[in-house]
Each structure stands twice: as structure tokens, then as C-alpha cells.
Design a protein around this ligand. Structure first.
Ligand code: DGJ
Length: 739
């Protein structure tokens, strides 16, 4: 065979290139971070920097990860290294950094070189991979942590930054995680909102440049944008198909998540505390630990990714995630601030009549000098109001007990009304600017949780309630304003930077919650912030559940709950039946059932039939709640694509399931369900019988409940719940036939 000169030279060159690549890969350190299905691969380069060379479905043969880097033919001479595992700034990097430091001498440059890798096996399912990186000039030590939850296919990633200089350094940007993805296209779904309209999804094809999701609200950080997202790779994923990443930051304060499509069309993701107004000083030898960024990947669609995250949350994060919950009657919407002992005692009886487990006393029970009779006064003064409750909380607890119902109570311990004794005594405990007019939202201000005395005070509020009244069985922890005029007199007095307020506030809050949980490990607490203004996996470590929205209109809720369900398991979502809308009680109840059901209605206003229905509904809920709380969720039909929404919860052994179907339109000519809805998650070989439950008194099902179906049939053909104008919500119970 004749080879011309040009080809010969090409062959020689490629031989040497291959040789060089092999040499580099031979020396390179390859770190596979693996879960049952997926892998994130880290690898050092010739300069001993740490790169991300792969993210996706795990390879069969892990020795082949070493070959990955050689496949990347992306010239990085001009623009620096885009796929660094934790991008520093001020040296070779020219893109958005994960880390930015002002060193003690004022120098702004940081370089990170790989030092060592460690893998700690916690148990058969959990491992912590840690990688130490170091700045060769300043000695700054960065440790990247990747905690893998193998069966759940979840990675929890965070980092620590240690100052090894003699003087203090200032962290300008200190992300939790930096990831890199290589694919054809990237579709980001974010969830925006506002009060009463939480969690609206919006999907966009990411284009070149940076798209950021962030919050600067301090407390209630999620009010406009939730700290959760999905990225579909290649093309938009569906429930059952496609490559999808679900991610969220476990931090109850300002966050920032940046999505940068780089010049080579790869996606860089940086997630962490928002650097906005948050420079953080680190004295010599001190370490800063970032919050966790939590993510899960599936190549089989959004449904599987959600189920992975739910399982992780129940097993490892949500307080008492595998436990049970209390159904309740809340008095907020039925009384607002207007109640007294006698009225409450009647409500205990109403709760008992309904059949719920607990009565929850909401806002308005406290403060004497400035009684809490509306939202303008009293917040901060946590003594029972003597006029409304002359015998105190202990008496109410006893009366509830007599009525056969548990007792829970509302607090908003991080906040203060200017019209309160607390504000009069301790104006220095309040976050405000000394020289500027105060700025209120709902007539209130935020207490300065950077101050240990304030932390003690907040802890005492809870400790007094539980300590004095050991029978208090539940707390609703509210948070109704953002931080305005961010300034702390405590940080001022102690010579710390004001720019640490946003971060130290959250740390202070976690310190309080940590103390509460070490003394009261399991008492259920609801995380509330006028709805979903604050929910994240940082806080849910301490809370058993959260309040997704003040909007309890059931059609709206069908959407709101659908969207939260991507990230949070149903056991964590408090869904209350209220008088918010004119939609009938059956529809409201069916919607509330797909989570932790509760009531906030005037029971005595229910008609005889409505009461009878509700009493039966509590029983029906008790018989399916196990499936909702601990089962696997399959979103069968989206309300965004159909005139209805359909969701199914299946138990682990696939012997029982419950399906919720809700019509979401009142269009006159709608055809609703002309065809069956395909079920999921069943055993194809099993036989099942389907019955309709939670029927309204006087109505009967239109479904044939004698039919027996195989799981195969139900998952290939489906089942028609027969939704129509008269049957706007249908709950189905699926039971395996005895063999
Ligand atoms: C806002 C909450 O979302 C409501 O449920 C209620 O608790 C009020 N605060 C009380 O002020």
C-alpha cells in the first residue's frame, strides 16, 4: 500500500498524540462517583487540575472512564478550562467561577490543584467521596464532598473552604457545587411564583450565556423563585422518557443557581449561597462549609427522577419521613383572630366529630399589652392573651384531651411587630437600618438570628410551649416577611461584616432548630411561610411537613401540588380543605387527599350530607394514606396537557394503589376522558380489581367494579375513570386479587 507524504506525517503525529494521551491518562487520577445507575467522573489533567469528564448513566466497565478525556476534542487554549470540578477565579479561568477569594494580602487570584481523594463507606447504601484541592501559593484548602445515596441515585454535594493564611481571607463567592454536562441541547424548567400562585413551571431551551435562578429575600427566599429546577438533556424529557436532572439547594436563605452554556455548547452548572451582599470573612485556620446541593439523574424520564428524590427524602432527609402524620382541623380561616376559650372548645368537638387527629390553634392566641387581635400588633410577645385564654394553653390542651383530640399551636418566632413589648425592650434585636425609616411587610420585622441572645429567645418560645405543656402535639412555624433594610446591630457591635447577615441568619436559624430537635426529636412541625415562601431540604431536616400555598382553591391546588410533587414527597405536603372556593366539598377533599390532609372550615356550616361525606372521607383517607405517604408516585396525566390531572400512588410490593383524577376545566364542550388513562407501577403479571372510593352520599359509581384486569392490561391499555361535568373528581383504589 502506497502512503503519500502528507498521510505519513499525519500518522506519525497521531501516533505521538495518542502516546501523549495515554501517558497523561496513565498518570491521571480518575475518581468515579457512582450510584446504582449513574456516574459522575472526575479526572486530573496534565496540570493536576480536577476536571469533570463524564456525567450520566454508569458504564459497565469502570476502567473505561480513563478513556473519556481523550474523546473530548474541544480546544481549550483560548478560553480556559470549562469543565473544572470547582472553578476558581483570577488565574487561568475566564468564565463564571464557583469560588472567588480575596486573600489576606488583597490578592484576588486562586488556583486549585488536586492533592488527595478519600472514600468513606458509611453503610451499604451511603458513601462520602471527598477530594482535597489546594492553592499552591496561598495554601487555601478546598474539599469537595460527594455523598452518594446509591439505591436512590441521589448525590448530595457540598464543599469546605479552609483559610491556611495567617490573616483573614474574604470569600466573595463560595458555591456548593460546580457541574459540567455534555449534550446536544439543554432545557431548563424553573418554578416561579408569588403569594397564592406558587410553583409555576416554565421551560426554556438554554442558549449561550448564563441563566440564573436566585433569591435576595433572606427569609421567605422562595417567594418569587423556588430553589429547585429540572434540566432535560438533548430534548424535553417526559414522565417516562428522556434524560433528566432534578436539583435543589438545601439552604433556607438567599441562593443562586447558574446555568451557563459555554462556547463549546456544554452546560456548566454552579449552585450555592447567593454571593449577593454576602462577602464572608474567614479568619486564619477557619473553615466554611457550604450547604448541600442535591441532585438526581434519570435516563428514564421525570417520573423516575422524582421517585428517586422522594425515596431519598423519606429515607434520609425529611424529619420522620417514613413515619406517620396527623390529620387536623385548623381554625385560621374559620375564626381568624376572633376566638376565645369557649369557641375553641366547640371547635375541638367539631374536630372530633369530623374524626381528625388534632386541633391546630392558629395566629392570635398571644400578647397582652398589645393584644394580637389583628396582624398589626403583638408579634414577639408569646404569653397567652389573658382575655381570650384566661386559663392559658395548658387548659386548652386538657380540654382538647377531654374532647378526644390532640392539640397543636401556631408560632411565628422569627418575627416581631413594632407594636410589641419585645420591640420596646429589645429594639437592638431587630434587623433594621439605624438611620433609615423602617420598612414593613405585613406590619412586621425580622429578628436578628445572628445574635445568640435572639437564638436563645426563639428557642425558649418553643421550649416553653413544649416544656410547660408536654401534651402540645404539633407546631406550625410561620414566617411572613422577607428581610428589608438588611442590617444587624449584633454584627456591628461584635466587629463582624454586615455582609455576613444573610448567611449567619440562616446558620442562626439552623442552630435554634438543631437545639429544638435535640430536645424534642420527633414532635411534628409544619414549615409555613404564607404558603411556599420557604421550603427546601435544609429546613425539612427539622420539619415533618410544609404548607405549599395559602391558595387552597382546589383547581389551583391541583396544579400547585402537581408541581411540588416533582421534588417533594406527598407526605410532606399539607393540603387543607377550606372555604376558598365554591367548588364542592368532594372535589376539595379529593385534592387534599393526595398529601397530608387537613381541614380549615367551619364544621358547623356543613350540611348534613357534607358532614356525612367528610366523616367518611376521613375514614377513606385513613385507609389509603399509607399509599400516599409511603408509596411511589406516578404522574399519569398532566393538567397542562389534558382537561384533567391524574396521579397514582403504588405501594412497594405493587399490591395496592390509589389513583386521584381531577377535572381542571369547566369548558362546556370538553370531552374529558374519552379514552382510558394508562396506569403505571403495577406488576404486569398480577390481577387487579379497581373500585371507586370517597363517593358523595346519594351518588353511586358509574364504573364496572366487577371487572378484573391484569397489570399488563392496565399499564398498556389503561382504565377510564369516567370523568365528566358530573364526575369532576374520582378516587380509585386498586387492589391485587387474591391468587
Ligand atoms: C400565614 C399562613 O400561611 C396562614 O395559614 C396563617 O397561619 C396566617 N399566616 C396567620 O397569620
Amino acid at each position: 500500500m502506497k502512503i503519500n507524504r502528507f498521510e505519513f506525517i499525519k500518522k506519525i503525529v497521531s501516533f505521538f498524540v495518542l502516546y501523549a494521551v495515554n501517558l497523561v491518562t496513565a498518570w491521571a487520577v480518575v475518581i468515579p462517583i457512582e450510584t446504582a445507575k449513574n456516574a459522575l467522573i472526575l479526572q486530573t489533567d496534565a496540570d493536576n487540575r480536577l476536571l469533570i469528564t463524564y456525567f450520566g448513566v454508569k458504564l459497565e466497565n469502570s476502567s473505561e472512564y480513563a478513556l473519556l478525556n481523550a474523546q473530548m476534542k474541544q480546544d481549550d487554549n483560548r478560553a480556559g478550562v470549562f469543565n473544572h470540578a470547582y472553578t476558581p477565579s483570577g488565574t487561568w479561568n475566564l468564565v463564571e467561577p464557583a469560588l472567588s477569594i480575596t486573600h489576606s494580602d488583597g490578592n484576588l487570584s486562586t488556583e486549585l490543584k488536586f492533592i488527595s481523594y478519600k472514600n468513606e463507606v458509611i453503610d451499604a447504601n451511603v458513601q462520602i467521596h471527598s477530594v482535597l484541592l489546594k492553592d499552591p501559593v496561598y495554601g487555601t484548602e478546598i474539599t469537595l464532598y460527594y455523598k452518594t445515596y446509591i439505591n436512590e441515585n441521589v448525590i448530595e454535594q457540598w464543599s469546605t473552604i479552609k483559610n491556611k493564611e495567617k490573616g483573614s481571607i474574604t470569600l466573595q463567592k463560595y458555591a456548593s457545587a460546580n457541574l459540567n454536562f455534555v449534550d446536544k441541547d439543554y432545557y431548563l424548567t424553573l418554578f416561579h411564583g408569588g403569594w397564592g400562585r406558587e410553583m409555576n413551571p416554565e421551560q426554556t431551551l438554554l442558549s449561550y450565556g448564563i441563566k440564573s435562578l436566585d433569591s435576595k429575600l433572606g427569609t421567605r427566599p422562595d417567594s418569587f423563585m423556588q430553589p429547585v429546577f429540572m434540566v432535560s438533556f438533548d430534548k424535553p424529557a417526559t414522565e417516562e422518557n428522556g434524560k433528566i436532572l432534578l436539583g435543589t439547594l438545601a439552604w433556607s436563605g438567599n441562593y443562586k443557581m447558574e446555568f451557563e452554556v459555554d462556547p463549546y455548547h456544554n452546560l456548566r452548572l454552579i449552585a450555592g449561597i447567593n454571593p449577593y451582599s454576602s462577602e464572608y470573612r474567614l479568619v486564619s485556620d477557619k473553615e466554611f462549609e457550604t450547604p448541600s446541593f442535591i441532585y438526581t439523574f434519570s435516563n428514564q424520564g421525570i417520573g423516575e427522577a422524582s421517585r428517586q428524590l422522594h425515596r431519598w427524602a423519606r429515607n434520609y432527609r425529611l424529619l420522620d419521613g417514613n413515619g406517620s402524620r396527623l390529620t387536623l382541623l385548623n381554625n385560621w380561616e374559620s375564626t381568624f383572630f376572633d376566638f376565645n376559650e369557649a369557641k375553641l372548645i366547640n371547635l375541638f368537638a367539631d374536630g372530633k366529630k369530623l374524626g381528625v387527629d388534632l386541633f391546630l390553634l392558629d395566629d392570635g392566641w398571644f400578647a397582652n399589652k398589645y393584644p394580637r387581635n389583628d396582624d398589626r400588633a403583638g408579634l414577639g410577645d408569646w404569653e397567652p392573651n389573658r382575655k381570650k385564654l384566661p386559663n392559658g394553653i395548658g387548659y386548652l390542651v386538657k380540654e382538647a384531651d377531654k374532647a378526644g383530640i390532640k392539640f397543636g399551636i401556631w408560632i411565628e418566632p422569627e418575627m416581631v411587630n413594632p407594636k410589641s413589648e419585645l420591640y420596646e425592650k429589645h429594639p437592638e434585636w431587630v434587623i433594621k437600618q439605624p438611620e433609615r425609616p423602617e420598612f414593613y411587610f405585613r406590619n412586621q420585622l425580622v429578628l436578628d438570628l445572628t445574635n445568640p441572645q435572639v437564638q436563645d429567645y426563639v428557642f425558649q418560645i418553643v421550649d416553653n410551649l413544649f416544656g410547660k405543656n408536654t401534651e402540645v402535639a404539633y407546631i406550625k412555624w410561620d414566617c411572613n416577611t422577607a428581610i428589608y433594610n438588611a442590617n444587624s446591630s449584633y454584627l456591628q457591635k461584635t466587629g463582624q461584616n454586615q455582609s455576613q447577615l444573610y448567611v449567619d441568619y440562616v446558620k442562626g436559624l439552623y442552630r435554634v432548630l438543631e437545639r429544638i430537635r435535640s430536645k424534642y426529636p420527633k414532635i411534628p412541625m409544619m414549615l409555613c411561610s404564607s404558603g411556599g415562601g420557604r421550603v427546601d431540604y435544609g429546613a425539612l431536616k427539622y420539619f415533618t411537613e410544609f404548607w405549599p400555598s395559602d391558595n387552597t382553591g382546589p383547581v389551583e391546588r391541583a396544579y400547585i401540588q402537581w408541581n411540588y410533587s416533582y421534588f417533594y414527597p406527598a407526605i410532606a405536603l399539607c393540603n387543607h380543605i377550606t372555604d376558598w372556593s365554591k367548588v364542592g366539598i368532594k372535589y376539595k377533599t379529593d385534592v387534599a387527599m393526595m398529601g397530608k390532609m387537613g381541614y380549615d372550615i367551619v364544621v358547623s356550616n356543613l350540611s348534613e350530607k357534607e358532614l356525612m361525606f367528610s366523616q367518611d372521607a376521613v375514614k377513606a383517607y385513613n385507609s389509603v394514606k399509607e399509599l400516599v405517604w409511603h408509596g411511589d408516585l406516578y404522574r399519569l396525566a398532566s393538567p397542562y396537557e389534558n382537561p384533567y390531572s391524574s396521579l397514582m400512588f403504588v405501594n412497594e410490593v405493587k399490591s395496592r394503589a390509589v389513583i386521584f383524577n381531577y377535572v381542571v376545566t369547566n369548558r362546556f364542550d370538553e370531552k374529558f376522558t374519552p379514552t382510558p388513562i394508562r396506569l403505571q407501577g403495577l406488576n404486569p403479571e398480577q390481577k387487579y380489581r379497581i373500585k371507586e372510593v370517597n363517593l358523595y352520599p346519594g351518588t353511586s359509581t358509574t364504573l364496572d367494579t366487577t371487572a378484573i384486569f391484569s397489570g399488563d392490561y392496565l399499564m398498556k391499555v389503561g382504565f377510564n375513570p369516567d370523568l365528566n361535568q358530573q364526575r369532576t373528581s374520582v378516587v380509585l383504589e386498586v387492589n391485587q386479587e387474591a391468587k
